[in-house]
Design a protein around this ligand. Structure first.
Ligand SMILES: Nc1ncnc2c1ncn2[C@@H]1O[C@H](COP(=O)(O)OP(=O)(O)O)[C@@H](O)[C@H]1O
Ligand SMILES: [Mg+2]
Length: 270
């Protein structure tokens, strides 16, 4: 399944990082995978292609005033791979020598601090609530040159209001000229409004769809919500493609139905 955005729209495929079968629609391996020297060649190549595609689409959308290119990743639902793709795209951008900041804006289901084994706070919510400064909230990755991380911060009662607030605009503005790219891990678009707002306050959103899991109508709904909310759909990524299944003789049946909960009780499971 691919979304056709527009003529300049970007569509990319990412292969499965594990090759492991998912047992049902909402069971995932708990481990996160960050690109490293042991990453299989095919996965590295897929991310290189994705990086090239994203850079081309950003080149179309950025203006000469954009010192710092800001965009976000979102998806129709939880578990589509937003955080995984966001982190690996950020790593692959940093590998080009760029200064890249990842912001965890999924303040209800924060994951970035877990992946990088950093602290959840101070982070975005603390900055937006006035309890922290941006420089206190940003940490530099010890091993990956040029990669900076802002965790989600203490889980706030009102993430949507924080994202909507002028303080978020001011925070984004304060990053101008400091980083080459600011890449935001946003919440699912069909569940809460935050991603639409973030896509509006940045160059736009890249929509992650999960192979054999995202329903085409949910993908279309997500795209429509972004566009009707005044944001830009930069393109889409089909995550977790199992090529053997796609092109081989193995019969494949899509597994539908998420049965997940996305509430403000966010004790996370990953
Ligand atoms: N291409 C992939 N291959 C295998 N596992 C993946 C892939 N993409 C994501 N995952 C796994 O799926 C789970 C959900 O991914 P995550 O990035 O947390 O999704 P989201 O941020 O959209 O909720 C994680 O355990 C992650 O490691
Ligand atoms: Mg996530």
């Amino acid at each position: 399944m691919m979304l056709n955005n527009n003529r300049s729209g970007m569509r990319s495929k990412l292969s499965s990082l594990t090759g492991r079968k998912r047992r049902n629609g909402n069971v995932f391996p708990r481990k996160y995978y960050i690109l490293n020297e042991k990453t299989p060649f095919a996965v590295k190549e897929a991310y290189k292609t994705l990086r090239t595609n994203i850079l081309s689409i950003l080149a179309v959308h950025r203006t000469s005033n954009d010192d710092t290119v800001k965009f976000c990743f979102t998806s129709p639902s939880m578990g589509d791979g937003k955080t995984t793709v966001c982190v690996n795209v950020a790593v692959s951008f940093a590998e080009t020598g760029a200064r890249v900041l990842i912001i965890d804006a999924d303040m209800r289901k924060p994951k970035i601090h877990k992946i990088f084994k950093s602290q959840i706070s101070p982070g975005l919510s603390d900055c937006l609530s006035g309890f922290s400064t941006v420089s206190e909230a940003v940490v530099e990755h010890p091993d990956i040159n040029g990669l900076y991380i802002m965790s989600a911060g203490k889980i706030p009662p009102n993430p949507a209001e924080l994202i909507l607030s002028d303080k978020f605009d001011a925070l984004l503005k304060s990053l101008d000229g400091v980083y080459d790219y600011v890449i935001i891990d946003a919440p699912p678009v069909c569940v809460v409004t935050d991603a639409v707002i973030i896509s509006k306050k940045t160059l736009g959103a890249v929509l992650i769809c999960r192979y054999a899991d995202t329903r085409i109508e949910n993908a279309k709904k997500a795209k429509n919500e972004i566009e009707q909310g005044g944001g830009t759909m930069l393109g889409s990524v089909l995550n977790g493609v199992e090529f053997r299944r796609t092109f081989g003789s193995v019969k494949y049946e899509s597994q539908y139905g998420y049965g997940y909960g996305y509430s403000d009780n966010t004790e996370d499971d990953g």
